[in-house]
Design a protein around this ligand. Structure first.
Ligand code: HEM
Ligand SMILES: *[C@@H]1O[C@H](CO)[C@@H](O)[C@H](O)[C@H]1NC(C)=O
Length: 332
């Protein structure tokens, strides 16, 4: 008798879950519409084509991979991962690329190279938003970072949100408190935020973004020898904003997404004020130390946070479209 009740309870319980599960999933709407291999039927080679194009571009211009990583941040942080970043300034649209926060962003034209290859294989099928996410994913691997399994099915916005950029993407001299709250608001915790900064293990920073730490005197939180080296890279306290002078984010392994960034920070060789603050702020510094000591841990956290970033508030269904050209909304 008891036994019978137990099996019944078990049975009823599992059918209850069976009924409830789809309901529970429904509540996640936005997110659950993204799925692994979304293009399995509509464009089975989509992910492979993106990987091939990203690899070809990397072989010709290594820094394209760096750009795809920054694109993910600048696109996904502003409202959603919807390729709003890629829209150009035409027909009443004001591109997010015009913002001061987008300073130094490059290689947008090569997004079109990837899109073109996809359009040839399956016209009007693969979204620019998925190109932003998957190109970052594949770029990360080429730069020696972790492999990340990513869902797809994002749609493209019909707008660019220039006026939202400054209220979402932090500035180089913002406080850690503000930086953490911005990431928190899209569901990324402190540990994940510290890991995402590891993207500054690759690429470059133009002098305008850190000369205030060199002149009139070298910021005491900066290693003095490194300060002198940077003054050599940036000889003017007032660089022409159009000048191309820059320093490598990570002088030792400038094209590898590794934990050298955190080791540099511990040696007081962070370029941006926000970089250096990761080590002085007590909420973030324990994670910096852990990441500096353990590249595997950094990669795990980086992968986790990139995934969260890539799934921020995706557009799905009729809210949006699949652009034909990533630079323009469809004209129909
Ligand atoms: C508070 C957060 C952040 C701030 C204030 C910030 C700011 C900056 C600045 C000022 C530059 C230099 C631009 C230039 O002078 O050319 C830069 C470069 C870069 N950032 Fe960030 N960043 C932040 C977070 C992130 C995150 C989360 C990622 C990606 C996950 C990222 C990826 C990159 C990359 C890859 C570059 C190098 C770009 C290149 O060489 O073309 N950043 N960032
Ligand atoms: C931060 O830097 C910008 C220039 O990029 C400058 O206009 C602003 O005054 C600085 N803010 C602070 C708090 O220093």
């Amino acid at each position: 008798m008891l036994e019978k009740m137990a099996t019944c309870r078990h049975h009823c319980c599992s059918s209850f879950i069976f009924l409830l599960l789809p309901l529970l999933l429904q509540f996640h709407l936005g997110k659950s519409d993204l799925q692994l291999n979304y293009y399995a039927e509509s464009c089975p080679n989509a992910e492979e084509i993106i990987k091939q194009e990203v690899t070809k571009l990397y072989d010709k211009h290594g820094n394209t991979a760096v750009s795809w990583v920054r694109n993910l941040f600048h696109d996904c942080m502003v409202k959603s991962c919807d390729a709003s970043l890629l829209l150009e300034t035409v027909n009443g649209i004001q591109s997010e690329q015009l913002s001061d926060r987008s300073f130094g962003m490059r290689n947008f034209k090569y997004v079109e190279t990837i899109k073109h290859a996809l359009e040839k294989e399956c016209p009007m099928t693969v979204s620019c938003a998925d190109i932003v996410s998957l190109s970052a994913r594949d770029g990360i691997v080429l730069l020696g970072g972790p492999r990340i399994e990513m869902k797809t099915g994002r749609k493209d916005s019909k707008e660019s949100y220039l006026t939202e950029v400054e209220s979402t993407i932090p500035n180089h001299n913002d406080t850690m408190e503000l930086v953490l709250s911005r990431f928190q608001s899209i569901g990324i915790d402190t540990e994940g935020t510290v890991a995402l900064f590891g993207a500054h293990s690759v690429g470059r920073v133009h002098c305008v973004n850190f000369v205030h730490r060199l002149y009139p005197t070298v910021d005491p939180t900066l290693d003095p020898h490194y300060g002198e080296y940077l003054k050599g890279r940036c000889p003017s306290p007032d660089p022409d904003p159009k000048a191309v002078l820059y320093a490598r984010n990570d002088r030792k392994t400038p094209m590898i997404l590794d934990n050298m960034y955190y080791r540099n920070l511990l040696e007081h060789k962070g370029l941006l004020l926000v970089d250096q603050q990761l080590t002085s702020d007590p909420t973030t510094s324990p994670f910096v130390e852990k990441m500096a000591a353990d590249n595997g841990y950094f990669h795990d956290q980086f992968a986790r946070a990139v995934l969260l970033l890539s799934e921020n508030n995706p557009l799905t269904g009729d809210q949006a479209e699949v652009r034909k050209d990533c630079r323009y909304v469809n004209s129909d």
